[in-house]
Design a protein around this ligand. Structure first.
Ligand SMILES: [Zn+2]
Length: 177
């Protein structure tokens, strides 16, 4: 997807559904890693932008790379987020200082696999089932505008529910994000 941040919409919705079992940070790190290939290919002027990283098989090693990276980055990001939240009197939104491996594994795997699925609706140069099958049966099954609006609505609703749950104390600040 040319707009990697749009993937965070479904990620936010997944966070609300899966709670402490899902790391949104891991999901986000995996979105950035998986879109490095099309970014580099775009800069190089390649005809095909979505290669091995944008297949279900290629998504797995990307997730495996994202896992230790998330584990390392998480405490720094949490410290930064909590500092900002406290400074703005939003301490009730504080996030856990550490994330365990289980939510990180879930976040990264769901991150890269859902990325391939969502991108396969819109990129004609993708072969999501390669090397087992050629082509992309999902192309334009959903219109571009529906896909983009769907991602934004999922993100807005997910964020609203997450903030509400935090406010009500249903999702605890000790749960990793
Ligand atoms: Zn992509």
């Amino acid at each position: 997807m040319p707009f990697t941040p749009l993937h965070m919409g479904p990620g936010m919705a997944a966070k609300v559904v899966l709670g402490r079992h899902f790391s949104l940070v891991g999901f986000g790190v995996s979105q950035i890693l998986i879109d490095l290939e099309p970014l580099i290919r775009m800069v190089r002027g390649d005809a095909v932008l979505h290669g091995p990283t944008h297949t279900y098989l290629g998504a797995i090693p990307i997730a495996l790379l994202a896992m230790p990276l998330t584990r390392w980055l998480y405490p720094w990001l949490a410290r930064l987020a909590n500092f900002q939240l406290s400074a703005h009197r939003l301490a009730w939104l504080r996030v856990a200082p550490q994330a365990g491996w289980a939510p990180i594994i879930a976040g990264c795997l769901i991150g890269t696999l859902s990325h391939v699925l969502l991108d396969s609706f819109m990129h004609s140069d993708m072969h999501p089932l390669a090397p087992f099958a050629e082509g992309n049966a999902m192309l334009f099954v959903i219109s571009l505008s529906s896909l983009h609006v769907g991602c934004m609505v999922a993100g807005a609703l997910g964020l609203a529910v997450w903030v509400t749950l935090r406010f009500l104390g249903r999702q605890k600040a000790t749960d990793p994000d």
